[in-house]
Design a protein around this ligand. Sequence first.
Ligand SMILES: [Zn+2]
Length: 246
Amino acid sequence: MNLYIKQIEQLIILQTVDDEILQLQDVIEQAPKKIAGLEEKMEIQGNQKSELLERIELLNQQKKKLYKEIEEDNAKIKKSKNKLMMVENSREYHAMMREMDNLEKTNRLREDEKVALEEDLESKNNLLQVVDKEVGQMEQEHSDLKKEMEIKTQEARDRLEQLGEERKKACQAIPAPILSRYEFIRHRLNNPIIAPVENSVCSGCHISIPPQIFIELQKGAQIMSCPNCQRLIFWKDHFEAEENAA
Ligand SMILES: [Zn+2]
């Protein structure tokens, strides 16, 4: 194989290897971010759950207090009813009746409050069940994601090691000045870095290269750059002929 073609081939390999390296580095970089994103959601949900638990605890305390008050006043009413039999004058009798009325009225209001409180408690407890289920699902999701990311990261690291070797091999076959031109373009332009020229048009910038330069390119003597976009270029036909021969 002609040396020129071999160098072009190695540049194309280098470009493919570098693309994959970037992609794998992104996989490694994104993994902890994905986990952190999920953990943030879990924290929000955890806070929601503790708020809900606090609210339920408060409602239960209210309920206990209310039950106690109802019970106490019912006892008072019962006691008054018994006393009523022994009352001697009507003034005292009416006073006791009024007191009992008030106690009964208060307890009726408390009964309404009790119903509302129990409804509230029931809906909060239902919500807690839903949140609990979601928390459980998220914990499962978190442990699955962690495992998945560990595997993906390890695979990426292994592959990167391989690619490092492939890169080294490709670089050895490319002259140093060409290699530094390659790096220069890589850091400034989008793919391709090494662009085929078809019908005298550079596939990197889609602009025709001057005839003089195209003639030079067709000779296949040295690696050239597109005068417009500065990308490394090669004549497509050269390469196809080589591919056919192979
Ligand atoms: Zn160009």
